[in-house]
Write a protein that binds this ligand. Structure first.
Ligand SMILES: [Zn+2]
Length: 435
């Protein structure tokens, strides 16, 4: 360990913990559900309320707010002397799934806001910095209301045109652009320049940290993911008089496919995760044979060879399901995210910051996608996990122990402060003494 280890100031640590808990409670009130979770779909009124709170926090901490064309919110904290200093960016997302937990995404946004506040205090107390800081809330990370997921971060990085992103529609036919305009978050500010380094804190959403008894995970690799939008088209008919042998039932085709997709995972135990999580049935009436059914298929693996073979098999079994039910099959969308390593210099910095704050970080994979992965190959990017109790996530019961939430904040604060002293260069920041 190159940095000197230091005991965090006890008074500061308890202030940090209380401030984080308070902010999380206020975000949780936006779209709160009776079961203790949140439903905060992208660009809904609940999302608008959470975005308002983000803006208030940025301004209260002495930052300035920008909202870009697709509604990404950037809270800019000027730390360095003069204009044009490199930027250290940290954030996550405030949108959620339906009946989701309070922490998925929101934890990382709250951490970034508290880190921004702490850095501004340090600057006012006389500390000198060579980079500015930016806390960010990315639009539509979840892909719950609008597909694809990771839409805001990918658009910021040039993966989609803003006009295309604004044109995607929810299941009721409303565009992202109209939905953002309705809550006042279709912005016109220029997005800040690409950062020198991006960091994200997130709840693990699995049980690796809990089983290892460690509060901090540093993500070294992401699992690859293949996502397929399949459409079965049959013949709409009365469920009563229509002769069975003449039916072309699109819902039956989907049912054959769904069971086969699940069975495929058994061929690679622990190495391949598969699901069909979304289905749209038309006309979706009890006495009508479905004429058209869309399903969203996901395959995930940490081995690209397995993912490639699973993708080929999925294509074949979708085709076989369509043939068996006598329907047509169209692949309306397909995306492939390869398994990749996160940059070693950032992993070392984050592990070093964990050690400086009293924790031995566990190096681990992420199975879920996160905004930090959008930055792979563009700038140094890092991802820190804190444990999810029993791995429960995308569920109202999602929770993390307050001590673990505070531990994650301490690591992110340490890493951000070192980065901002070093102009955002993770290799240089790694050798820096802890603040
Ligand atoms: Zn998330």
């Amino acid at each position: 360990m190159r940095s000197k280890s230091s005991t965090p100031d006890a008074g500061q640590a308890s202030t940090d913990r209380a401030g984080l808990q308070d902010l999380l409670a206020r975000f949780s009130a936006c779209g709160a559900t009776p079961g203790g979770g949140v439903t905060r779909l992208c660009a809904s009124s609940a999302d608008g309320a959470a975005r308002d709170l983000f803006g208030q926090e940025v301004r209260a901490a002495g930052g300035t707010l920008r909202i870009d064309a697709v509604g990404n919110q950037f809270g800019l904290f000027a730390l360095a002397e003069g204009e044009g200093a490199p930027l250290v960016m940290m954030g996550s997302h405030l949108d959620s799934q339906v009946l989701a937990g309070r922490l998925d995404g929101t934890y990382g946004v709250a951490v970034a806001l508290r880190v921004g506040d702490g850095l501004m205090r340090a600057r006012r107390a006389g500390k000198r910095f060579a980079a500015d800081f930016c806390a960010v809330n990315w639009t539509n990370e979840e892909g719950a209301r609008f597909r694809p997921s990771l839409l805001g971060s990918a658009t910021y990085l040039g993966g989609h045109e803003a006009a295309d992103a604004l044109g995607v529609r929810d299941d009721d036919g409303m565009s992202l652009g109209d939905a953002l305009a309705a809550i006042g978050y279709r912005g016109s500010d220029p997005a800040p320049p690409r950062p020198a380094c991006y960091l994200e804190a997130h709840v693990e959403q699995g049980t690796v940290l809990e089983e290892a008894g460690r509060p901090i995970g540093v993500v070294g690799r992401n699992w690859g993911a293949t996502k397929i939008e399949a459409v079965f088209t049959g013949a709409q008919a009365h469920t009563g008089p229509g002769r069975m042998e003449r039916r072309r039932d699109a819902l039956l085709a989907a049912a054959y496919a769904i069971a086969e997709i699940r069975a495929m995972a058994e061929g690679w135990p622990g190495l391949l995760h598969t699901s069909v999580g979304r289905i749209q049935v038309a006309p979706n009436s009890a006495n009508v044979v479905a004429g058209r059914v869309e399903i969203s298929v996901e395959l995930r693996s940490n081995e690209d060879a397995i993912l490639a073979e699973a993708g080929t098999r999925a294509d074949a079994l979708l085709r076989a399901a369509a043939d068996r039910a006598g329907t047509d099959l169209t692949i309306a969308g397909r995306s492939e995210r390869p398994s990749r390593a996160l940059p070693e210099a950032v992993c070392r910095l984050l592990a070093d910051s964990a050690a400086s704050t009293g924790h031995e970080a566990l190096r681990m994979d992420t199975v879920a996608g996160h905004d930090a992965l959008s930055f792979l190959g563009i700038c140094p990017t890092g991802l820190v996990f804190v444990p999810s109790i029993a791995g429960i996530t995308h569920n109202e019961a999602e929770a993390t122990a307050p001590d673990d939430l505070a531990a994650g904040l301490a690591v992110m604060r340490d890493a951000a402060e070192r980065l901002c002293r070093c102009g955002g260069d993770p290799a240089a920041a790694c050798g820096e003494a802890s603040p």
